[in-house]
Write a protein that binds this ligand. Structure first.
Ligand SMILES: C[S@@+](CC[C@H](N)C(=O)[O-])C[C@H]1O[C@@H](n2cnc3c(N)ncnc32)[C@H](O)[C@@H]1O
Length: 227
């Protein structure tokens, strides 16, 4: 269905929820994940580069690949600035079928198709500065099986269905496991600013910042692992 900015989103009958804000799917994704997440981390890592610390790659983890919109916007943003490469790990237990993603009206159909058609369980270079690793598992399985081989994460897009729908995903235990996988100074961004989420993030060790939200939402959260 089209949202208020005309970009489409999907509805999950299982969770009785849309994949994005109906006030604007693309607007929400750009604001919460790209502008408040990717741009922030890129600036910090670029500053480190100036200090002489060599970091060539942003390791990004997305919880809930879904339509692929966050991955697409990250890749397109990368194309413009092209300073640090991105290794993008996307977790998704229920991939969206081709007959559905083909109906989404997101930009750059060629790159969008490549995101969806790239195989699961393999790192694939989609652009010279963007590598995608899609994992067809629930987050807890990924953490159990792949934590030991995951490089330190600089940026987490936490884009799961809401805490009411999936309380176990927004728990202190999950956030603590993610925290332990992150590089010092790494951040987690999410559209959800509920009190229970802030409390769970703080209990897991994060410093939590409440930021103004995208249209239709008062706030969003950025959680920082202290350097
Ligand atoms: C809010 S939607 C995703 C939005 C997505 N980032 C996008 O741009 O389309 C939440 C996604 O989380 C996925 N999901 C559900 N349970 C999950 C779990 N236990 N671990 C990881 N992802 C899960 C859903 O299948 C769905 O695609």
């Amino acid at each position: 269905m089209p949202t208020d900015d005309q970009s489409k989103t999907l509805f999950s009958a299982k969770y009785n929820q849309h994949y994005h804000s109906i006030k604007g799917a693309m607007t929400e994704s750009k604001y919460v994940f790209i502008e408040s997440g990717l741009h922030w981390v890129r600036q910090i890592l670029m500053d480190h580069k100036k200090d002489g610390t060599v970091i060539e790659q942003i390791n990004c983890l997305e919880v809930g690949f879904g339509t692929g919109l966050n991955a697409l916007l990250s890749m397109l943003d990368q194309g413009i600035t092209n300073t640090l490469s991105i290794h993008y790990t996307a977790i998704e237990p229920s991939p969206v079928s081709q007959s559905i993603w083909e109906q989404l009206n997101y930009p750059n159909l060629e790159l969008f198709s490549r995101l969806h058609q790239s195989p699961w369980g393999q790192s694939v270079s989609i652009l010279p500065t963007f590598t995608l690793y899609k994992v067809e598992r629930v987050l807890s399985d990924f953490l159990e099986r792949e934590s030991a081989t995951t490089d330190p994460i600089h940026l987490i897009y936490f884009d799961a269905f809401s805490p009411e729908a999936l309380p176990e995903l927004w728990s202190e235990s999950i956030f603590a496991q993610l925290y332990s996988l992150m590089a010092p100074g790494g951040i987690l961004v999410t559209y959800c600013a509920k009190g229970v989420v802030k409390t769970a993030l703080r209990s897991a060790g994060f410093q939590v910042q409440r930021l103004p939200g995208p249209p239709g939402k008062h706030h969003m959260l950025r959680a920082v692992k202290a350097s």
